[in-house]
Design a protein around this ligand. Structure first.
Ligand code: NGF
Length: 289
């Protein structure tokens, strides 16, 4: 059974502090209404890379406290500070997170040996399993098939969150590592990723669009490709509109239309403008009502 995860968003107040009540509302919406299989906590959509260390801890605590054992949880602990990653890997493992994930280290153009050392260090002292977070479009770091193979030599490294439009590489990875977990990261490319045999998907737009994405997965599994294509087209109409309206603040504004207090994004992310608010209302009316 393929699994669908929402990339959990963080509700912020205008001053950049965390709005705990709003963050809990989004978690509940994902569990109770979206009925997702899991949450990816502390990823790009969660604005993890905008946060202080204390805020990262706060979000990890809120998410597991609210979600309890209702859904699967993956904690993204990757950081430019390897010591912080190691600390957070232990922190979330002690809190009870069943999986960790870590973005490829970025900014300094690390060599592959350095990247490999980073992953091995993160998992070394924790009794947990790690999913590599590969997102070349934001990190500039692309791993090759052989480099994934080297990382998988560590048995604690069990899979990839694959946010990459390189489907040739995805096919190569899927076939070389049939037992590894591969979760697709680009929501607008779910169908081709399913065709290549991914185990599920993690994404930002599933916060609003999980039911359609689940229906697409089910149609695909049932062999009804025409239906899956139609559902992907409907999802992509929504995703295109969200991207055109600035995706992260818009996801929060549309959440508000659904009665969920998602707060705002944290600066320097864009703050809502009147055009953006009008755009979000239109997105809600056109695609989600
Ligand atoms: O937001 C991005 C940036 N990608 C997400 C997802 O792959 C990563 C994707 O859902 C993520 O959500 C996380 O780590 O929290 C896109 O927002 C979506 O496909 C629209 O392009 O690439």
């Amino acid at each position: 059974m393929k699994k669908l995860y929402s990339a959990l968003m963080t509700a912020f107040n205008d001053d950049g502090s965390i709005n705990e009540a709003g963050t809990r509302e989004m978690i509940r919406y994902n569990i109770d209404v979206n009925k997702v299989d899991g949450l990816y906590v502390g990823g790009s959509t969660g604005e993890n890379f905008n946060m202080s260390h204390e805020q990262k801890e706060q979000v990890f605590k809120i998410a597991i406290d609210e979600a309890k054992n209702d859904v699967d949880l993956i904690a993204q602990v990757g950081s430019l500070d390897l010591n912080e990653s190691k600390y957070l890997a232990k922190f979330v493992t002690d809190l009870g997170y069943p999986h960790i994930s870590a973005v490829t280290p970025f900014y300094y153009n690390y060599t592959f040996e350095q990247i490999k050392d980073y992953y091995n260090e993160i998992v070394k002292d924790v009794d947990n399993e790690l999913i590599i977070y590969s997102i070349p479009v934001l990190t500039g770091v692309s791993l090759s098939l052989d480099q994934f193979a080297e990382l998988f030599e560590n048995p604690k490294i069990i899979g990839i969150k694959y946010t990459n439009a390189d489907f040739f590489l995805l096919e190569r990875v899927r076939n070389r590592f049939p037992d590894k977990l591969i979760l697709s990261g680009f929501d607008e490319m779910l169908l081709p990723a399913l065709a290549l045999g991914v185990d599920g998907a993690i994404g930002s737009t599933y916060n609003l669009n999980a039911k359609r994405a689940k229906a697409e997965m089910n149609a695909f599994d049932a062999g009804d490709i025409d239906k899956a294509r139609q559902l992907q087209k409907d999802s992509n109409d929504l995703i295109s509109a969200l991207i055109a309206n600035d995706i992260y603040p818009s996801l929060k504004l549309v959440f508000k239309e659904l009665g969920v207090n998602a707060g705002v994004t944290k600066k320097p992310m864009a703050q809502p403008t009147s055009e953006m608010i009008a755009g979000a209302k239109k997105i809600y009316n056109d695609y989600l009502k």
